[in-house]
Design a binder for this molecule. Structure first.
Ligand SMILES: NC(=O)c1ccc[n+]([C@@H]2O[C@H](COP(=O)([O-])OP(=O)(O)OC[C@H]3O[C@@H](n4cnc5c(N)ncnc54)[C@H](OP(=O)(O)O)[C@@H]3O)[C@@H](O)[C@H]2O)c1
Length: 157
């Protein structure tokens, strides 16, 4: 199964100058809770700009560059091939961005972990295809700076 984890602002903004536009410790804790000991998948730009190491997660990085070989992670050169290979697996693969990876993976995802950031931020990167109408809300938690929702894809969307 393919899912994704994202934090998104009211304008669907997700990034600024290759990093997150905000510093919200509680949101990072939600991300950790949802991804710990799971398979996570991210684009080369997101991986290379992580502020620290993500411990205790099985990381796959996608890159089109055949010479890209960072340490301690799997590298995959064909994101669509990866999604098609794993979309019917029982095991979950959580897409963790960034924008180009979310856009390509969106049609494959059946589940989503989404933090809706309350404030508007300066952003230069968007998850423009995300539409809450495609999803049923399974769980909801209100936090000071964001609302976290666990989402399940509606049938036939
Ligand atoms: N708010 C959030 O939850 C969240 C989460 C994650 C990231 N972000 C933000 O998103 C921004 C980065 O997004 P981005 O779109 O610039 O970069 P990205 O999606 O992280 O990575 C793009 C790279 O992925 C590789 N790629 C793309 N399509 C591929 C495919 N079909 N097969 C294999 N590899 C493929 C390419 O790597 P090569 O160039 O090596 O070929 C491409 O340059 C940052 O600002 C980051 O902070 C936000």
């Amino acid at each position: 199964m393919i899912s994704f984890s994202v934090a998104i602002d009211p304008n669907k903004g997700i990034g600024y100058r290759n990093v997150l536009p905000w510093h919200i410790r509680e949101e990072l804790q939600v991300f950790k809770r949802n991804t710990l000991f799971k398979n996570i998948v991210m684009g080369q730009t997101t991986f290379d700009n992580l502020p620290g190491k993500l411990k205790d997660r099985y990381i796959t990085v996608v890159s089109l560059d055949p010479d890209y070989h960072p340490e301690n992670v799997e590298v995959y050169h064909d994101l669509i091939g990866f999604l098609e290979e794993h979309e019917n697996d029982e095991e979950e693969y959580i897409i963790c961005g960034g924008a180009s990876i979310f856009r390509q993976a969106y049609p494959y995802a059946r589940k989503a972990y989404v933090s809706f950031i309350k404030k508007e931020y300066d952003v230069d990167t968007y998850f423009d295809v995300f539409d809450l109408k495609d999803w049923e809300i399974v769980e909801e938690e209100d936090h000071e700076e964001f609302v976290y929702r666990l989402l399940k894809r509606k049938e036939n969307v």
